[in-house]
Design a binder for this molecule. Structure first.
Ligand code: EPU
Length: 422
């Protein structure tokens, strides 16, 4: 297993382009299953989650070829409608295949994803959505077995929670359903209009993507197409928080500032100088960041995927910050590890109180999930001394060329083989 050795006391300085979005690329790759043809997706990041999903689609009969940052997915032959546990357990986004498989093959057998390191992550809204579209769902030995022998029918669906995954899954299923579907209380995260745009490029008739009411006129013929991915707002945001933590000066190019407005507001509140134009954001970090309170929320609120990174910033800010996690109430595995670096964080249910420290100190820490790893790297860069972070496979799921990108900003992060202790 690999670990990162992070040299502390660095100021992040320079320009870095955002990669294509992981969380937009995954559902668009799955949407290719709806078409009997070729989908070319541009700006696909090289990530472990993208390889895992490619493997799953290949098991279903897709032929996938990567050229630079383009992924060509040929889905003319569909040979299997099963998503096995071994793949789903490593990547929950696999549940996205449910809607497209039902629409195209009228059946699907998808392993239930189960929980994750930071608590339960149910898929009940995905299943209720498929039932509303006419699918019969049973659970058999940990698998969701879904069938609709006469095809899916459009329906009016009101989501209890504006879930990104459920909105995307229902949207894809509805594209292949007969008649009109209306999704109310739909997620508005940028990954949803990105998916709606990709589906429209394939020939689907969708209005309202990016609002809380999406209307789909289903069963339009779909065709081979070329679609563009959007920039990764969480990757971009991670570098910007890094600038704020290290008294740095970072410009992230090829990004969408509107997708980052909640973060930009918080960084300004922390004392950073934040400027932006159409496709870049620059953050100049203050000498001493100020404490800020953060409450995660559905888009356009503050993203849960930047909560851990903000907590790293709060750990070395002047004053006491309060971070409230409303989307995933247990998403706090980074707290114990940040405390190992000298942070002072106490937790009461989904509320963390962070007493800022003058400085953090390097230590041995363990990455527990993707965004926790990002927070630990930032904290390690800002800390005094060296930080050793084990289990870097988490970061490889979602940050493209992370060491090279950080090196371009002046950081020293080495990937080393972890010594085995027996
Ligand atoms: N929820 C339900 N039932 C469902 C689905 C969701 O109760 O059937 C609840 C969840 O428990 C949670 C809330 O709804 O409390 C929102 O979850 P959502 O479905 O929106 O999340 P997701 O689709 O599973 C995506 C991202 C996550 C990101 C969340 C929130 C992908 C592949 N994953 O997950 O990204 O945190 O939206 O924005 O797009 C990450 O990239 O590190 C990551 C975890």
């Amino acid at each position: 297993m690999d670990k990162f050795v992070i040299e502390g006391g660095t100021q992040l300085k320079g320009t870095v382009p955002a990669s294509g979005s992981k969380n937009a690329a995954l559902p668009i790759m799955v949407a290719a299953l709806l078409v009997s043809g070729k989908t070319t997706l541009r700006h696909v990041p090289q990530l472990r989650d993208v390889s895992t999903l490619s493997r799953l689609l290949e098991m279903m009969g897709a032929r996938i070829e990567r050229r630079d940052d383009r992924l060509m997915i040929d889905t003319r032959d569909l040979v299997s409608v099963e998503a096995p546990y071994d793949l789903v357990k490593t990547m929950r986004a696999s549940i996205y295949v449910l809607g497209p498989l039902l629409a195209r093959a009228r059946r699907a057998r998808v392993s239930l994803p189960g929980g994750c390191a930071w608590g339960p992550r149910p898929v009940d809204l995905h299943l209720k959505g498929m039932e509303a579209l006419g699918a019969k769902i049973t659970i058999d030995e940990g698998y969701v077995v879904a069938e609709c022998p006469r095809g899916l029918r459009g329906a009016e669906i009101h989501l209890d929670i504006p879930s990104v995954g459920a909105t995307g899954n229902i949207l894809m299923a509805a594209v292949g359903a007969k008649g009109r579907t209306v999704i109310r209380n739909a997620a508005r995260e940028p990954e949803i209009p990105a998916l709606a745009d990709a589906l429209s490029a394939m020939g689907a008739n969708i209005t309202g993507g990016g609002t809380s009411e999406i209307t789909i006129e289903g069963d339009h013929p779909l065709k081979s197409s070329v679609v563009d991915n959007i920039p990764d707002r969480i990757e971009a945001g991670t570098f910007l928080v890094g600038a704020a933590m290290t008294h740095g000066d970072v410009t992230v190019t090829r990004c969408s500032p509107t997708h980052l407005s909640a973060l930009m507001a918080k960084l300004r509140e922390a004392g950073a100088e934040v400027t932006s134009e159409a496709d870049w954001v620059r953050v100049r970090g203050p000498e001493h960041p100020k404490a800020v309170n953060v409450t995660t929320d559905f888009y356009p609120g503050f993203p849960t995927d930047l909560q851990a990174q903000m907590m790293a910033l709060a750990s070395m800010s002047d004053g006491t910050s309060i971070v409230t996690e409303q989307i995933y109430r247990d998403r706090f595995t980074h707290v114990a590890e940040l405390n190992r670096l000298g942070a002072h964080i106490t937790l009461d249910n989904n509320v963390a109180v962070i007493e800022g420290r003058q400085h953090l100190s390097g230590a041995h820490v363990m990455a527990t999930d993707l965004r926790a790893s990002a927070a630990l790297i930032l904290a390690g860069l800002a800390a005094r001394g060296e930080t050793h972070m084990s289990r870097v496979y988490h970061i490889d799921r979602g940050y493209e060329h992370i060491e090279a990108k950080l090196a371009g900003l002046g950081a020293v992060v080495r990937r080393e083989q972890e010594a085995l202790v027996v």
